[in-house]
Design a protein around this ligand. Structure first.
Ligand code: DGY
Length: 319
């Protein structure tokens, strides 16, 4: 079976597929236009896809020979799973292997915003080291504060664990279900969404994104947060209304924001959030560690190899 891999991935994934008899195709120049990408998808049995191309009905209709897709991501909000199900197309994803890396990124953003690191780094680069000023641009300490986790699954758990052990933070969370492990090990407390919003000193989003949650964090919700609160999002940018986030920040309704995901992506360099000193933005690099990317490449390859042998994918997003 021919596998189209749309970008270079760690060697381990390519080796697994080749060793198992798959005919792996990666274009020489992997900076593909949407048209080229679609054409290669149409010519393949299997796809190992990097990035967030839309896999919707229109796509599936244009690729009648496609048999399976392995995503190089845990998130699959860009795939119409119902449509894939109706065509018996399994969609593999990569849970667990990127949980630590993504939680590390949320943790990094939390500290970076709390201590205004991007602001100070800009000043140093601009030759504005400044004198020791006891009152200038002070940060806040995280020790003993309350971390609110929206979506306490694998990544949320890793974030909560780091916050608990590094800063002795109190953990509250809102989730579809209770997370007994977090309650037992981290003394995490389940709260309603409104309580989460009102009580968090840091609110960190780790939920899977669903279309009905589009811009859930809007003016109405942000107004209910504490004025010292830090908003962190390493999940999906669709959770936030960025106009409202900007207003909340400039009106001191919240204290700062750390975003690894934006709405839309990529964030325009004209986005006013980038002009604020209490905002830190990263370009969706949550899983960008060697360990996570190797794990993701292996998992995606394992998914396709299993499918090619007539087995169930070990990590499959289909309901
Ligand atoms: C994922 O896996 O869903 C991440 O957002 C990509 O790194």
């Amino acid at each position: 079976m021919r596998v189209f891999v749309n970008k270079r991935i760690p060697e381990i994934g390519l080796k697994i597929m080749k060793d198992n008899g798959l005919d792996v195709f990666i274009p020489e120049n992997d900076n593909l236009s949407d048209e080229q990408w679609l054409k290669y998808c149409q010519d393949s049995d299997l796809i190992l896809n990097v990035g967030f191309h839309k896999f919707d009905r229109d796509f599936f209709e244009q690729c009648p020979n496609l048999k399976a897709i392995a995503l190089l991501s845990v998130g699959f909000d860009h795939v119409d799973i119902k449509e894939a199900n109706s065509r018996n197309i399994p969609i593999g994803n990569t849970p667990d292997v990127l949980s630590v890396a993504t939680a590390d990124t949320a943790f990094l953003l939390m500290q970076s915003v709390a201590r205004r690191s991007s602001f100070y780094f800009e000043r140093v680069k601009n030759g504005e080291w400044g004198d020791f000023d006891p009152l200038f641009a002070l940060g806040q300490e995280l020790t003993g504060k309350t971390l609110g986790v929206f979506g306490l699954g694998r990544i949320g758990f890793e974030m909560a664990k780091k916050a608990k052990y590094a800063f002795d933070m109190n953990i509250i969370y809102h989730n579809r279900n209770h997370n007994e492990e977090a309650e037992k090990e981290l003394d995490a407390k389940y709260v309603s969404f409104d309580e989460l919003v009102a009580q968090s000193d840091v609110l960190s989003i780790h939920a899977n994104f669903k279309p009905e949650q589009s811009e859930l964090f809007n003016a109405e919700v942000l107004k209910k947060m504490k004025p010292n609160a830090i908003f962190i999002n390493t999940a999906r940018g669709g959770f936030q209304n960025e106009h409202d986030l900007y207003e909340a920040l400039i009106n001191n309704e919240i204290w700062g924001a750390g975003l690894d995901v934006t709405n839309p992506e990529p964030m325009s360099k004209e986005n006013p959030l980038l002009g604020l000193s209490n905002v830190c933005v990263l370009p969706h690099i949550g899983s960008a560690t060697e360990e996570a990317r190797n794990g993701m490449a292996k998992m995606a390859a394992d998914n396709l190899v299993a499918f090619s042998k007539g087995e169930k994918m070990p990590n499959c997003a289909n309901e």
